[in-house]
Design a protein around this ligand. Structure first.
Ligand SMILES: [Zn+2]
Ligand SMILES: [Zn+2]
Length: 550
């Protein structure tokens, strides 16, 4: 009993998947024209990208960034990233410019760091003014706590969180222009920025809430209610023999999304509901009461969360049927299909939707030249032009905060691509502070006096690489090095510090394109190392190969 239904249910599910897959394929088969999405003003031509970047991070004057000034500034930027100093807008340069990064400029004496500012007290205070709806408050508090600990572990500094009043480091999330004259820019691009130590805005750290904040590996979902309230969803989890990688409405007819908090739901039966505005709200003044739809606001009726009446773009709802009368409200939590960036303020995707006359059953890259996945947030993009990006791995709030707090303590950007203080975002699973960062912060504050040094610090050891998964996201052939070896450039999203692990050993490596196995001796590696950023990528490739060959 029961089995036939489960089976037929699964079969029809499979059929549905196949149909969607086919629909997706046919839609993708015909290239759709690249369009400009409303609310998406990211620069698109290489020249636009370069001018914008050099103005923001290298002080190239907006109205006079041309001819020799442009060439010189480009060279300065290329030098910072150890690129060939061509003074031209070449593809390698633009590639770096397009990476997500910190909003603090790379050149000293420009806007942010005039002297070598630092805190005079050893006990620095911080206060969290606002939260992103992307993550649970506890997860956010913990990410900031751990980010401060990165620095207190290697200095005499201590960090104390205060709940009100003026702290040294005031932390907040914001979107676009958020009150300090240094606007954010929607999804990707700028992730966050922080001000050097000093009174007032000094030390303050701001995070772009058009980013999807995670711990670097996709949505972090805390389950509510059910029988595992407060535990985290376990992705993937097994339900009736199928693995689920996100919250699902399967097995329920009320439309609420749920997840299992252990891998095997069929065996353990532990579950909770995924955030939804009909379950609870955040902040506001209703103590987490769920939204009440429809509700009245300024004489209008609302059937869903809205950003009306707010200029910060956060979605809210009334928790009674009449806001005008009761004035109780809360902010809507991010749901499993909440969008990021775009112009829909985080509203969920609506499937199917139509775009340029075609029907889409899932997120798509159609219409975009940057390959980013997006969806419409109403049934018809063509009619309503409302859209957002689909959730992805997101950015690690812990890593970005640790970097920003480095600025808040007085550090500038590092040219060492393996340093936490390098301007470009790199996800690393098992983070350790690099020697470059430690040297920098100890120059300002000295070494810890009354606390023991942490057992692990500095670069990872060769043994560690073999234990860590190394993921490459792009491979290309550069050409030949002087000693005749084919060199693969591997652009990687892994921890940069792994490359150092390749340093002290004889490396056997496998070329991803030629499939040959070569051997590079330590002496050669030392020589390669001293060259440039490109070679640095090679070294990461080498470090990865140790793992692959194991
Ligand atoms: Zn920075
Ligand atoms: Zn700011």
């Amino acid at each position: 009993m029961g089995f036939p239904t489960i089976f037929s249910c699964r079969r029809s599910l499979l059929k549905l998947f196949l149909l969607q897959f086919i629909a997706f394929q046919t839609v993708n088969a015909r290239p759709s024209p690249i369009i400009r999405f409303p609310g998406d003003d990211t620069p698109r031509t290489d020249k636009e990208v370069a001018l914008h970047y050099l103005n923001k991070f290298y002080g190239c004057p907006q109205d006079r960034c041309n001819l020799m000034v442009l060439k010189d500034t480009l060279k300065k930027m290329q030098k910072f990233f150890s690129l060939q100093e061509t003074g031209e807008i070449d593809s390698k340069t633009v590639e770096i410019m397009k990476k997500p990064r910190c909003g603090v400029p790379d050149v000293a004496n420009y806007n942010f760091f005039h002297r070598k500012p630092k805190w005079q007290n050893k006990d620095v205070t911080y206060r969290i003014l606002g939260y992103t709806p992307d993550l649970d408050e506890e997860v956010i508090n913990d990410a900031f706590f751990r980010a401060f600990k990165v620095w207190s572990d290697v200095t005499p500094l201590t960090f104390t969180r205060i709940m009100d009043g003026e702290a040294d480091i005031m932390i907040n999330f914001g979107r676009n222009e958020h009150g300090d004259g240094y606007p954010f820019d929607g999804k990707d691009g700028l992730l966050a920025h922080a001000f050097a130590p000093g009174p007032g805005i000094g030390g303050d750290s701001h995070f772009d809430d058009d980013e999807q904040w995670t711990l670097g590996e996709g949505q972090v979902v805390k389950a509510k209610f059910g029988n595992a309230d407060g535990e985290f969803c376990k992705f993937p989890f097994l339900f009736m023999g199928t693995e689920y990688n996100s919250c699902t409405p399967q097995g329920r007819d009320d439309g609420f999304l749920w997840c299992s908090t252990t891998y095997n739901f069929d065996e353990d039966g532990k579950y909770g509901f995924c955030p939804h505005e009909l379950l609870f709200t955040l902040g506001g003044n209703a103590e987490g009461a769920p939204c009440k739809f429809p509700f009245n606001f300024q004489g209008e009726k609302y059937d869903g969360c809205t950003t009306q009446g707010r200029d910060d773009g956060y979605r809210w709802c009334a928790t009674t049927e009449d806001y005008d009368r009761d004035k109780t409200y809360g902010f809507c939590p991010e749901t499993a299909m909440s969008t990021v960036g775009g112009n829909a303020d985080g509203s969920p995707c609506v499937f199917p939707f139509t775009f340029l006359g075609d029907t889409y059953e899932s997120c798509t890259t159609s219409g975009r030249s940057d390959g980013k996945m997006w969806c419409a947030t109403t049934k018809s993009y063509d009619d309503d032009r409302k859209w957002g990006f689909c959730p992805d791995q997101g950015y690690s709030l812990f890593l970005v905060a640790a970097h920003e707090f480095g600025h808040a303590l007085g550090l500038e950007h590092s040219q060492d691509p393996g340093a936490l203080m390098a301007p470009v975002y790199t996800f690393t699973k098992d983070f350790r502070l690099s020697n470059d960062d430690i040297k920098g912060i100890q120059e300002l504050y000295g070494v810890p006096t009354d606390k023991p040094l942490p057992p692990t610090q500095g670069p990872v050891t060769p043994m560690d690489i073999c234990n860590e998964p190394v993921i490459f996201d792009a491979v290309e052939l550069l050409g030949q090095t002087n000693d005749g070896l084919a060199v693969d450039i591997v652009d990687t999203n892994t921890v940069i510090s792994t490359l150092r692990a390749a340093y002290p050993v004889t490396i056997i490596w496998k070329s991803a394109t030629s499939r040959c196995i070569c051997k590079i001796l330590k002496s050669q590696l030392d020589w390669l190392f001293s060259l440039s950023y490109n070679i640095f990528h090679l070294a990461v490739a080498l470090a990865g190969s140790v793992h692959q060959l194991k």
